[in-house]
Design a protein. Structure first.
Length: 133
């Protein structure tokens, strides 16, 4: 696996439909898209010029862990499609390893929440741990 820092993804085989602060979105088909989590860093809605190596991989793996862990509580957008079924270029596959999610296209709910355990107390963390066990 490569340790190349990914500031911006450029896949030749898919059409980029959006570039956010940290994630790049690609059209796979009318029902599916590919989310690539980059190493870009944003603070206060500004994308900083220096990426953090491997940040995208870690962020993507944390997100996918919690989506899988809570899917019995609420359905989510993740699919079971493999990245290799969508991207065939060996170089792109290596670059994208552990930093992608193949998802269903859904209408976005314009809501953002930031949860910081130390600011809200330990009671919530205890509840969340019990909920997910």
């Amino acid at each position: 696996m490569t340790t190349q820092t990914v500031y911006r993804s450029e896949l030749r085989s898919l059409r980029k439909i959006h570039e956010g602060k940290v994630r790049d979105l690609y059209a796979v088909d009318p029902e599916t898209m590919l989310i690539v989590t980059t190493d870009r860093l944003s603070a206060f809605d500004v994308i900083l010029p220096d990426p953090i190596p491997e940040k995208g991989r870690v962020l993507n793996q944390i997100s996918n862990f919690w989506f899988e862990r809570t899917r019995h509580i609420v359905p989510n957008h993740l699919t079971t499609r493999a990245l290799a079924d969508i991207v065939h270029d060996a170089g792109d596959l290596e670059l994208l390893a552990d930093r992608t999610a193949v998802v269903r296209r859904l209408d976005a709910l314009p809501l953002e929440a930031v949860v910081r355990g130390y600011l809200i107390g330990s009671g919530w963390k205890d509840y969340l741990v019990k909920l997910c066990l």
